[in-house]
Design a protein around this ligand. Structure first.
Ligand SMILES: NC(=O)c1ccc[n+]([C@@H]2O[C@H](COP(=O)([O-])OP(=O)(O)OC[C@H]3O[C@@H](n4cnc5c(N)ncnc54)[C@H](O)[C@@H]3O)[C@@H](O)[C@H]2O)c1
Length: 366
């Protein structure tokens, strides 16, 4: 992690040293006004699109468009409805059509301005448009700044499950302006902290101490630490073939089932992952020797962030098990489950049975 000094106060730069396409993540307050300056050394000024959603556009698109224009880009703004429902094949297809109509070609680029939905969708569009054009990730939620903008996983949901359609498409650069987090609604701000708690469980328990106690706290150090963890894991296992990257799924196996059974948008991604982490902690205590004290420490952090720590009674065990079996992580009858035996470390287990999960679901129910 090194500090650079462009004209904006303090900027933290974290490398993601992938062999084929290394890139950098810049983190700092106010970076949006200088996106053009940060981008031109990496991508030549061109006709490009800024893909964002209505909420983000209202607060932050103007500054970005101006900055890109000043640096010689010809940016076209594409605004989609906010929310998980927009992460769909039909939205991806509409965006591609609009880009063709706007005359974007293989020399163009996509600027993804928004949370994880925009990052995943716009990244996916960039990966298939003209068989792949560059994407620049400009994350504006906690979840996207600590996690989703780095690592190159892009995609959309199917009505049969989350993130079932997608590709790997690494960004050219990630620019996280922590100032954009000021306009986040409280619920969205809080849910992003779930991925930080996940990183604490799987890689660095001291991250629990960096969780914000109030919204005025400078989040740059916490975001930088998260990015460094994610960058290290992704660099070791870019395509999730070596078992390292799969550790990032802690809490996500049951979390994705909860999210899809509740109906996308009812429980947010972070809220669903929190419930999934409570389930994974219960399984870790019963099957991996995690101490009850450590499990309770994480549960307290989840609660302190205003996130749910019980499973809503409206979500039946049968529907959750059915959703689990459609999950990519379900391999011929066995779930590849991420467990933790000690805070700060995790491992993949294929020993977790549907019976174990059924029991855990009943133990964590409201
Ligand atoms: N690719 C990955 O590695 C990865 C990792 C984790 C999560 N994800 C994905 O991320 C998505 C969730 O991300 P999210 O929580 O950021 O969702 P999101 O993009 O839907 O953003 C949440 C809400 O906040 C609004 N918003 C965003 N930035 C704002 C700002 N600065 N000010 C005001 N409002 C703002 C959005 O309009 C939306 O209503 C899920 O689809 C999940 O699957 C992907």
């Amino acid at each position: 992690m090194t500090a650079t000094t462009p004209s904006i106060q303090t900027v933290t730069k974290i490398p993601v040293p992938l062999t084929a396409h290394p890139y950098e993540v810049f983190i700092g307050k106010g970076l949006l006004t200088e996106i053009g300056e940060y981008t031109t050394p990496i991508v030549a000024p061109c006709r490009c699109v800024v893909i964002t959603d209505e909420n983000v556009a209202a607060n932050h698109a103007g500054i970005l468009m101006e900055s890109l224009g000043r640096s010689g880009f010809d940016p076209q703004l594409l605004v989609i409805p906010p929310g998980e429902q927009s992460k769909s094949m039909s939205e991806a297809s509409k965006l591609c059509d609009r880009m063709i109509e706007l005359g974007i070609d293989r020399k163009g680029a996509v600027f993804a301005l928004g949370g994880g939905v925009i990052g995943d969708l716009a990244g996916f569009v960039a990966s298939i448009f003209y068989r792949g054009i560059p994407v620049i990730q400009i994350p504006t939620t906690v979840i996207s700044q600590v996690d989703s903008s780095v690592g190159g996983k892009t995609g959309v949901n199917s009505h049969l499950g989350k993130n079932l359609i997608g590709s790997f498409h690494q960004p050219l650069v990630v620019i996280a302006d922590t100032g954009t987090l000021c306009t986040l609604p409280e619920r969205v701000f809080n849910e992003g902290l779930a991925e930080t708690i996940k990183h604490a469980v799987i890689a660095d328990a001291s991250l629990l101490d960096l969780l914000p106690t109030d919204r005025s706290r400078d989040l740059a150090p916490m975001i930088a630490r998260n990015i460094a963890i994610k960058a290290a894991i992704v660099t070791e296992d870019e395509f999730e073939t070596k078992g390292r990257r799969a550790l990032l799924n802690f809490g996500h196996t049951i979390g994705h089932a909860v999210e899809s059974v509740a109906g996308y948008g009812v429980l947010s991604h972070g809220e669903s992952v929190s419930i999934g982490m409570i389930a994974a902690l219960d399984l870790s205590v019963r099957l991996a020797g995690l101490s009850l004290i450590d499990a309770e420490k994480v549960r307290c952090a989840i609660r302190a962030c205003g996130l749910p720590d019980t499973l809503p009674s409206s979500l039946s065990t049968e529907s959750l098990l059915a959703a689990l079996q459609r999950d990519k992580k379900f391999d011929r009858g066995a779930i590849r489950f991420v467990l933790s035996g000690q805070l700060g470390s995790a491992f993949i287990s294929d020993q977790v049975t549907l019976e174990d999960i059924t029991e855990t679901l009943s133990r964590i129910r409201r």
